[in-house]
Design a binder for this molecule. Structure first.
Ligand code: ADP
Ligand code: MG
Length: 697
């Protein structure tokens, strides 16, 4: 078959209508698509063993000859066995294939094969179940480093690898998309070499070279695109200057004296917004409980005083509701009108709020993502605050600016408890300033954290009772069972939540353990009104114990709560546990966090003890990054950047800086990429940012 990059997959032998459909689900329709379907992992199948020397660990390749004709037997309906004995000069190996009757014909007595599978010892026999095999004189998936692909039902890794193999010849003479000097200066491998070796690397070194080039390439296009976005922002010019106000006036509204760190950040924000040359673009990093809300309130207040509007976006409805309540209460006496807009409000309510926003009758609106996704029109929007929403980056700001069709770009304030490495922050948020709230409000007693086993359950319940008797409140957190990590962003309610687990647990607690206490329940599948009621009941102290899922993870603030119990704590990531723990220790009372676990894994225990030994969010986040990799935070496209195929934004930090530097150099020479040799770059960037087409205007 002569393959070009446009050859449809239906032309490939063995790909019928049905398989083509399934491949299409993965976004694969042509040979060219296969080339960029990069492996997610590799399996080293280079070493070929004799039968006796083959290790009994993991899957390995064994070379052997079929000593007999395979025997097919039907055990019962739906269960067929093929068995065959294979030999070499060291011994015999007994193979069993389940429900693969074709093997009876595929293996011939007297022929040599390579079998890939796990060798086991049963009695005195060496055995292998369901190995992959091929003839020793026609090796293509053994004796090599084998790619492991992301799959879909009905498409095996073997099939996909075979298709990629057949498609690889069309990488021949693949046009170079990276400018020559960029590639040379950084000693990056050629396109053709890289594509071939990312799929079927000759050795580790070739794989490293291939990966380095392809990751660099991705990051390079990303950097160029982001640079266009930033450029656009600069050309759009200024934000609405918000005149400074006497700080004392705002501070007198607060029920507490702000910390020095809060004061400093408030001043920085005020100065940014007063600057008429360019809009604010500031990231405020502060650990859980450091008091970021007060900074947001200050920014909103300044805006309102200056006759403009501000918007605060929260990641969950629960948090939006809470911010709405506390901000209305805080700002009411100063005449600032606060509004609420969330996706689950009734159509009539939404309509009313939208009209009020358009008419300028609301000064500071609090909402969820609905605020930008539903194209809300503002009267005079000057400020966007994104609370705990890491995805609000350059791309979102551009989308928003495009939507509002305004001449001005809003000031942006992003607030996060997650320490984001600076290079990455710069990348995601563009040219940005960072403020750090590195001080906790005074009078906080550190939270004591305990890791406990099931056998302490009764004592723990007694502890809940004791806290409640002292007038305090407690959270009991259950993990959502069967959570699908792709279905929801962290901080959002998980749709696949197993309701029954939480509900039955809460009912059981009420009935059998705490018949005399007032228990509440809160989970993602409740109606927004029910959630609101549950949250309000807990905030006011009406319910004493709140049994909840991770919907309370970020931001929720009930200072009287002094105890949080986390069930199955080993199922959570460290940063997530830290966020959850941050729900207590928000007032004057000594607070406690109890991590319950039944895990047998030493590593999991070690992680939990790390959390117990420190309350430093930066340390915890570093540790989390080390053991779990960045997937937790960056894996879900929280940042809103285009999807990367190979690059790992946090893990490939060095290459990221290099790619940024290369992008800067290129754009310095050819800002609009109009030179013919730079057209391929322009093309690729355009495709990468297809969701944000307006950046190329
Ligand atoms: P986070 O940074 O996690 O968003 P919050 O803004 O929710 O923190 O503040 C946590 C709690 O601390 C709230 O109850 C808030 O009222 C209180 N708080 C914030 N700043 C101070 C302060 N300077 N002094 C005393 N309490 C404060
Ligand atoms: Mg907060």
């Amino acid at each position: 078959m002569d393959v070009t990059r446009d050859t449809p997959l239906t032309d490939f032998p063995g790909v019928g209508e049905a398989r083509a459909k399934k491949l299409e689900k993965l976004g694969l329709t042509s040979a060219g698509d296969l080339l960029t379907w990069y492996p997610r992992d590799y399996e080293d199948r280079r070493r070929i063993y004799g039968i006796q020397e083959a290790p009994l660990e993991g899957r390995v390749c064994v070379a052997a000859m079929a000593a007999e004709h395979p025997r097919l037997s039907r055990i019962r309906k739906g269960l067929e066995l093929v068995q065959v004995r294979v030999v070499d000069n060291t011994g015999a190996l007994h193979l069993t294939f389940f429900n693969q009757s074709y093997v009876e014909r595929a293996i011939r007595a007297g022929e040599e094969y390579i079998f890939f599978g796990a060798v086991e010892v049963q009695g005195r026999r060496r055995t292998m179940v369901n190995p992959i095999f091929e003839r020793a004189d026609r090796q293509s998936f053994t004796g090599c480093i084998m790619p492991v692909y992301r799959l879909t039902a009905g498409i095996s890794n073997h099939l996909l690898a075979a298709l990629v193999r057949q498609a690889l010849p069309c990488a021949e003479g693949l046009p170079e998309t990276l400018p020559q000097h960029v590639r040379q200066a950084r000693r990056l491998a050629a396109a053709e070499f890289s594509v071939k070796n990312i799929h079927f690397p000759e050795d580790e070194e070739a794989l490293d070279l291939a990966r380095r080039r392809l990751v660099f390439e991705e990051l390079f296009y990303l950097a160029v695109g982001l640079s266009f976005l930033k450029d656009r922002r600069d050309r759009e010019g200024a934000g609405l200057p918000v005149p400074p106000q006497p700080a004392e006036e705002f501070l007198s509204l607060l029920p507490f004296t702000p910390t020095g760190a809060q004061r400093r950040v408030m001043d920085e924000v005020a100065a940014d917004m007063a600057d008429s040359r360019r809009p604010m673009n500031r990231l405020v990093q502060g650990d859980v409980g450091s008091g970021k809300t007060a900074v947001a309130a200050c920014a909103g207040w300044l805006c309102a005083k200056g006759g403009c509007q501000g918007a605060l976006m929260a990641p969950t409805e629960v948090l939006a509701g809470q911010h709405y309540k506390s901000l209305s209460a805080l700002l009411a006496s100063s005449g600032v009108r606060v509004g609420l807009l969330t996706g689950s409000m009734t159509a009539a309510e939404k309509k009313k709020t939208r009209a009020a926003l358009a008419a300028g009758e609301i000064d500071f609106v609090v909402g969820t993502h609905a605020l930008i996704s539903e194209g809300v029109a503002f009267h005079k929007l000057a400020l966007i605050v994104a609370d705990e929403q890491h995805r609000f980056g350059v791309a979102q700001r551009a989308a928003l600016a495009a939507k509002s069709g305004e001449e001005v770009t809003p000031h942006v304030l992003v607030m996060s408890a997650t320490p984001i490495p600076r290079t990455l922050a710069l990348m995601i948020y563009g040219d940005l300033d960072v403020s750090v709230i590195d001080q906790l409000p005074p009078g906080r007693t550190p939270i004591s954290t305990y890791v406990v086993r099931e056998d302490k359950r009764q004592r723990m319940y007694n502890f809940v009772r004791k806290q409640v008797a002292e007038g305090r409140q407690a959270y009991i957190i259950c993990p959502a069972v069967e959570e699908n990590p792709d279905a929801a962003l962290p901080g959002e309610e998980s749709p696949a939540l197993n309701l029954k687990a939480v509900k039955t647990y809460a009912e059981k607690l009420q009935r059998e353990v705490f018949p005399d206490l007032r228990l509440g329940i809160l989970h993602g599948k409740m109606k927004p009104r029910e959630k609101e009621t549950a949250m309000a009941a807990f905030a006011s102290g009406q319910t004493q114990v709140l049994v909840a899922t991770t919907v309370v993870e970020v931001g929720v603030d009930v200072p009287n709560a002094s105890l949080i119990i986390i069930e199955n704590a080993d199922r959570f990531g460290l940063s997530q546990l830290h966020q959850l723990r941050g729900r207590v220790g928000r007032g004057q009372h000594p607070s406690h966090c109890v991590l319950i676990t039944g895990t047998r894994s030493l590593e999991a225990m070690e992680r939990l003890h790390t959390l117990a030994s420190t309350t430093d969010g930066f340390k915890i986040s570093e540790e989390d990054l080390r053991v779990r990799g960045p997937g937790d935070f960056f894996g879900n496209r929280q940042h809103g950047l285009p999807q990367m195929k190979l690059a790992d934004l946090a893990g490939d930090m060095r290459l990221l800086s290099e790619a940024q530097e290369a992008a800067r150099e290129l754009l310095a020479e050819d800002p609009r990429l109009t030179a013919p040799e730079n057209r391929p770059v322009w093309e690729r960037v355009r495709r990468l940012f297809a969701d944000t087409p307006d950046i190329f205007n």
